[in-house]
Design a binder for this molecule. Sequence first.
Ligand code: PAF
Length: 326
Amino acid sequence: MTYPIRALTFVGAIVALGTPAVAQTEVKIGYALAPDSHYGVAAKKFEEVVTAETGDDFTFTHFPSSGLGGEREVIEGLQLGTIEATIVSSGTLANFVPDTGVFDIPFLFRDLTHARAVLDGPIGQEILAKFDNVGLHGLAWGEQGFRHITNNRNPIHTPADVAGLKIRTMENPVHLAAFNAMGAAPTPMAWPEVISSLQQGVIDGQENPLSVIVSVKLNEVQKYLTLSGHVYSPAILLVSKPFWDGLSDAQKAAFDTAAAEAVVAIRGFVDNVETTGVETLKARGMEVNALSPEEKAEFQASIKSAYEGYYKTYGQDLVESIVSFQ
Ligand code: PAF
């Protein structure tokens, strides 16, 4: 595995004794978090399996920690063919495949098992296939876990506690509508700007799953963690369509196998951090509270007007068929 700044495209591997040069294709893979995060672990597994299945066909260069820019820029790089692969959140996905926004609806999924079943099932796979129409190829749905709110102003128990709270959301209209309906003051922002904005007090809080909060040590810039679990956070393993179209059938099969294994790795990581993350963050000094079922129900009721918009955009039947999916 190589990390930047090296950029070797089609490296000729000259083997001793005059063996002809073998062209290796570089796979630049970008992601927003550190090598030891859920994204880093999945990207490493992806590389390992592709390499095991294809020998010397590909060389991977990893760009962790937003090394290639924000998630939207990286996806655009895939469309242009200047970046080969990425693992990203659903934050900006609806700009590319609008239907993905349905998975961003708060209080849609009961638990991780429910979310994984929907994403791996016909609804998730049908939406995954739509990336082929926009210069991308969706290999598989991964995940980050359920998102929770952190902030520096006050512990959160009811919607009244988020009133006017300057909270960063992803650049995602579904999340934005929910936080507006709750009465917060949401600010959509690309991830690379978030830590400095929290440090400077431009925003009071943000929301992300434990996987992210632990990995980026948000405890260093945030005092309160409220386990709101208000929305599931899917992730996706994408490759550039121009790159995908240039692969042989055997190479495509190797990438599919590798993606399936990367999903096992990312879900295993999330399962673990969902169990251990709260204790880790308490030990690092965060003040943590979990919403009771009654408090959660209050938040759910507070976004009723946003739900009317979601039904219009995505169709009430689709939303309800996801909710009732077993
Ligand atoms: O909050 C976000 O933008 C995403 O969850 C993050 C941290 C970039 C991971 O994909």
